[in-house]
Design a protein around this ligand. Structure first.
Ligand code: G6P
Length: 372
C-alpha cells in the first residue's frame, strides 16, 4: 500500500532515500565512546583471526559486488590475500580451503541457496565462516560460525540498494577489525577511518539532494539500447553494480568494464552517441588512476560516446570531456563506492519508470533465490 511505501511511488525509492539512516544504523553500537571499533559480537576467537592466512568472500548479485569492493579494503588494511567468488561457481571448482581460511558469506536475505551451499562446502573443509547478513535468524547466519548483521531494515524492492550500502559498511568494519586483531592497523588509523565512515551518512544525504538532473538525464535516454559503465579500482565494482541495476530494472543491455581494459576490447563497442557512464576516482588519492581515467574519457569521447561522468566535487580535470557531470562529495578512495553508487541506483530506477517497467518487481527476478 501507499502507506507502507512511506509516500513514495515505489519501495525502491523509499529504500534509496533510507540509505543515510541505514548506513548510520550499521555503524551504531560498533564504535565506542573513544571512536574505536567494538566488534565483540563477531564471536570468532582472536586466535583464529590472527592465524587465518586467507580470506575468501562468496556472494551473489549485488552482494557479490560488495564483496569485490571489500577485497580492496581487506587486502589494503590487513595485508591478507582475499579472493572473491560468485557463490554459484565456488564449490564446483574444488577451491583450496582449510582451517586457516576465513570465508565471508554476504547475503541480504540470508536465504540464497547458492551462497548457502558455498558456505556449507567451506565449513566441510574446516574453514571458519562469517556471515554478513541483513535478516535476523535466517539460514545463512544460522549455519555460519559468526555473523555481523547489517541494519538496513527490511528491503522489499527486488533490486538491492540500502542493503548494498550497509554490506559495504559491514565489510569495511570487518576489514578494520581483522587489521586490529592482526596488528596491521592501529588505534589512530582505525579511528580515522571510523571518523570518515561516520561522516558518510551525511554525504549520502547530500548526494540524494542533488539527484534531479540525474533523473532528467535518465528520462532522456529511455530509448537507448545500450549503456556502458567504466570504473577503476573500487570504481570498477561500482560500474558493475550500475550495469546490473540497469539490466534488472530497465531491461537494457548494460555492461561494466574496468577502464584499463577498454583498449583490450570494449573500445570497439564505442559508437556515435552511445551513453558511457564513467566513475572517476578521487584526484587526491591515487592520482595516477585519476589521470588515466581522464584519458579514457577523452578517448571514448573522441569516438563519439556521450560521456556521463561521476566525479568528486572540485575535480576540474574532467569538465572539458563530460557531456553530463554528476558530482559526488570528496571521500577517501576506499569509501567512494558508498557515494558513487547512489546516482547509479537513481539512474536505473528512473529509466525503469520512464520505460514503463515495474520497478519493485522486475520481470523474471525474485528478491531471494532459494533454488540452486
Ligand atoms: C537475487 C536478487 C538480487 C540479490 C541476489 C543475492 O538475485 O534479485 O538483488 O543481490 O539475489 O541476494 P542475497 O539475499 O543473498 O543478498
Amino acid at each position: 500500500s501507499a502507506a507502507e511505501k512511506g509516500g513514495y511511488d515505489y519501495f525502491m525509492l523509499k529504500e534509496i532515500a533510507e540509505q543515510p539512516k541505514a548506513v548510520a544504523d550499521t555503524l551504531l553500537g560498533r564504535i565506542d565512546a573513544e571512536g574505536s571499533l567494538t566488534l565483540d559480537e563477531v564471536r570468532i576467537p582472536a586466535s583464529v583471526l590472527r592465524e587465518a592466512d586467507k580470506v575468501v568472500i562468496v556472494a551473489c548479485g549485488t552482494a557479490f559486488h560488495a564483496g569485490l569492493i571489500a577485497k580492496y579494503a581487506i587486502e589494503h588494511w590487513t595485508r591478507m590475500p582475499c579472493e572473491v567468488e560468485l557463490a554459484s561457481e565456488f564449490r564446483y571448482r574444488d577451491p583450496i580451503l582449510d582451517r586457516r581460511t576465513l570465508v565471508i558469506a554476504i547475503s541480504q536475505s540470508g536465504e540464497t541457496m547458492d551462497t548457502l551451499m558455498a558456505l556449507r562446502h567451506a565449513r566441510e573443509q574446516g574453514a571458519k565462516v562469517l556471515a554478513i547478513c541483513n535478516t535476523n535468524g535466517s539460514t545463512i547466519p544460522r549455519e555460519s560460525d559468526a555473523v555481523l548483521y547489517t541494519h538496513a531494515g527490511p528491503e522489499v524492492a527486488v533490486a538491492s540498494t540500502k542493503a548494498f550500502l550497509t554490506q559495504l559498511v559491514a565489510c569495511y568494519l570487518v576489514a578494520l577489525y581483522l587489521g586490529q586483531r592482526r596488528g596491521t592497523k592501529w588505534g589512530d588509523e582505525i579511528r580515522a577511518v571510523i571518523r570518515d565512515l561516520s561522516r558518510i551518512s551525511c554525504e549520502v544525504e547530500r548526494v540524494l539532494e542533488t539527484m534531479e538532473p540525474v533523473r532528467a538525464l535518465a528520462r532522456s535516454l529511455k530509448d537507448k539500447r545500450t549503456v556502458l559503465f567504466l570504473g577503476r579500482h573500487v570504481g570498477y565494482p561500482v560500474a558493475l553494480e550500475g550495469a546490473l541495476k540497469l539490466k534488472e530494472l530497465a531491461y537494457m543491455h548494460a555492461e561494466g568494464f574496468a577502464a584499463g581494459e577498454l583498449k583490450h576490447g570494449p573500445i570497439a563497442l564505442i559508437e556515435e552517441d552511445l551513453p558511457v557512464v564513467v566513475v572517476v576516482p578521487s584526484p587526491r588519492g591515487r592520482s595516477v588512476l585519476h589521470d588515466k581515467i581522464v584519458s579514457n574519457i577523452q578517448e571514448i569521447r573522441a569516438r563519439g560516446a556521450r560521456t556521463i561522468v561521476i566525479a568528486e566535487e572540485g575535480d576540474d580535470a574532467v569538465v572539458p570531456y563530460a557531456d553530463h557531470l554528476i558530482r559526488i562529495p570528496a571521500t577517501p578512495t576506499l569509501l567512494q563506492p558508498l557515494v558513487a553508487t547512489v546516482p547509479l541506483q537513481v539512474f536505473a530506477c528512473e529509466l525503469a519508470t520512464a520505460r514503463g517497467n515495474e520497478v519493485d518487481q522486475p520481470r523474471n527476478l525474485a528478491k531471494s533465490v532459494t533454488v540452486e
